[in-house]
Design a binder for this molecule. Structure first.
Ligand code: TNX
Length: 488
């Protein structure tokens, strides 16, 4: 087995080790950083395990110190960084704060795993000497959390942001509405959250985010260089909205609340004008809360919407997204509907052969976000023994999640913007459930989205990933001990 020189995940583009050289953090070290946030982010990681004071300064790092420096590094794209560790100091350079943040994640992984402890541990706090040059393969590196089937509050979502950003993911897609619940307050339609938010799968109390809470999540994620993509799923997956506003159904009758896990039975009424007033106002309010470029309008499994109505609905709704200044993102079932400029479709097929809808999207020249269900659906069981999860797309081991190439998944030369791992939550009710299905597969997907294909190798990845187990344990993450990983 190949023993890697380091265990950084996702694998950096280029690592040039300096044999025999190591940096050791000194008790009197300072952290030099261009912004207070970056400096204190790193200090908050390092202070508890080292017990060092680690004051944050804006200039003047010297021997034994760590310096984060905004600088134009030749040949590096904006999100890239260079990390240099000498006996004397560690310097991370990037043109952007985003690049520095990514470099900080790498530094953290180069330190001993006890750096993740929240109590003082013995050093030495060493970093292997050398130089790393690194930048992402794809600009969109995402995870999705379904907060509609089971609701998760602000603190749980923040913790998920922390976890995904450690692996250099930069998008969190929130599935904010479904048959079981509507999770975001909308001023023009207050009963969506008040009534539609008060249920969830299995019959628990549900919940929703106020606009202030949602804005807090947007800001928390942005500070960690993660962009939120809000999804309001339509024209299907809308039972919760219909319970709140029966005028959105064709017969005007409110359906009962739904706490099961079936799909495909609800639809907005395509022929009514009120439907489009509803969609326009909801999208306008969500767009106003969204600094990121995308509004996700779902579009999947609209089995109760006749095909002609479905296309008509999208013909009218996609321009409502564009009118907010945002870009349409939708599940690949939107493929046959007339495209609007920049439209991006999220491919969730489970076979090597794209279905008719996906082929239509590829033929349109739509941009593609890849979430193949048989590879990166985090809600699939690892094996038959996994206590939670589904299996309609198969069992997904770490190897299955890792061992494919986004560039050759689909035929032709589709315009792939990145990869996203969705976590649907029909069977996921607690933070521990989230952890079990997310780790260790999410880091595998992060490497797919970040590292060049030439740097990816399953055998080598297995041993790098193994070194992360103790870190997750120290972070309080209960992970699945996939038997193919040589855990240390
Ligand atoms: C399919 S993927 C769905 C979801 C389910 C998921 C469960 C997609 C666009 N739709 O409604 O939650 O399967 O794996």
């Amino acid at each position: 087995m190949t023993v890697p020189a380091h265990s950084v995940v996702p694998a950096p583009v280029e690592v040039i080790p300096a044999p025999g050289v190591a940096f050791a953090l000194r008790p009197d070290a300072v952290i030099e950083a261009p912004t207070a946030f970056l400096g204190s982010y790193l200090a908050d990681v390092l202070r508890p395990p080292t017990g060092f004071a680690l004051p944050v300064v804006t200039a003047g790092a010297g021997p034994g110190d760590i310096a984060l420096v905004l600088a134009d590094v030749a040949g590096l794209p904006d999100d890239g960084y260079e990390l240099e560790a000498t006996a004397d100091r560690v310097t991370i350079r990037s043109r952007t704060e985003t690049g520095l943040f990514h470099g900080v994640q790498t530094l953290r992984q180069l330190l001993p795993s006890t750096v993740e402890a929240r109590t003082v541990h013995a050093g030495p706090w060493t970093v292997p000497g050398g130089r790393i040059r690194d930048y992402p393969r794809y600009g969109y590196r995402g995870a999705m959390l379904d907060v509609a089937r089971h609701f998760f509050g602000v603190e749980v979502v923040k913790r998920f942001v922390d976890q995904i950003s450690r692996y250099k993911l930069n998008v969190l897609h929130l599935h904010l509405s479904d048959d079981q619940g509507w999770r975001l307050a909308v001023d023009a339609w207050p009963r969506l959250a008040e009534v539609g938010g008060a249920t969830q799968a299995g019959g628990g109390p549900g919940g929703h985010y106020t606009k202030a809470q949602y804005a807090e999540l947007v800001a928390y994620a942005a500070a960690r260089h993660v962009t939120l993509v809000p999804e309001l799923d339509m024209p299907g997956h809308v039972n919760a909205a219909l319970t709140a506003y029966p005028e959105l159904t064709c017969d005007g009758a409110a359906p009962p609340p739904y706490t099961g896990v079936d799909v495909g039975f609800s639809t907005l009424c395509v022929g009514k004008d009120v439907t489009y007033a509803f969609v326009r106002q909801v999208l306008a309010e969500v767009a106003a809360l969204t600094p990121g470029p995308y509004l996700h309008i779902g579009g999947d499994e609209a089995h109760s919407t006749p095909a002609a109505d479905y296309r008509e609905f999208l013909r009218r709704v996609q321009p409502l997204v564009t009118a907010t200044g945002k870009t349409v993102l939708g599940w690949h079932q939107i493929g046959p509907a007339d495209p609007v400029p920049g439209r991006t479709v999220q491919y969730w097929g489970r076979t090597p052969e794209p279905d008719e809808d996906a082929r239509a999207a590829i033929a349109n020249g739509d941009r593609l976000l890849l979430s193949p269900a048989n590879r990166v659906y985090l809600d699939m069981k690892y094996d038959p023994q996994t206590p939670i999860g589904l299996d309609w797309a198969g069992h997904i081991t770490v190897r299955t999640a890792y061992d494919w190439d986004p560039a050759t998944l689909l035929p032709g030369t589709p315009d792939v913007i990145g990869v996203e791992a969705p976590l649907w939550t029909e069977t996921v009710a607690t933070p521990a459930d989230i952890d079990l299905l997310t780790f260790p597969r999410l880091p595998a997907v992060a490497e797919l989205a970040w590292s060049p294909q030439s740097r990816r190798d399953w055998t080598e990845f297995r041993s790098r990933l193994a070194a992360h187990g103790p870190r997750w344990t120290l972070q309080g993450i209960g992970f699945h001990p996939d038997p193919e990983i040589p855990w240390t």
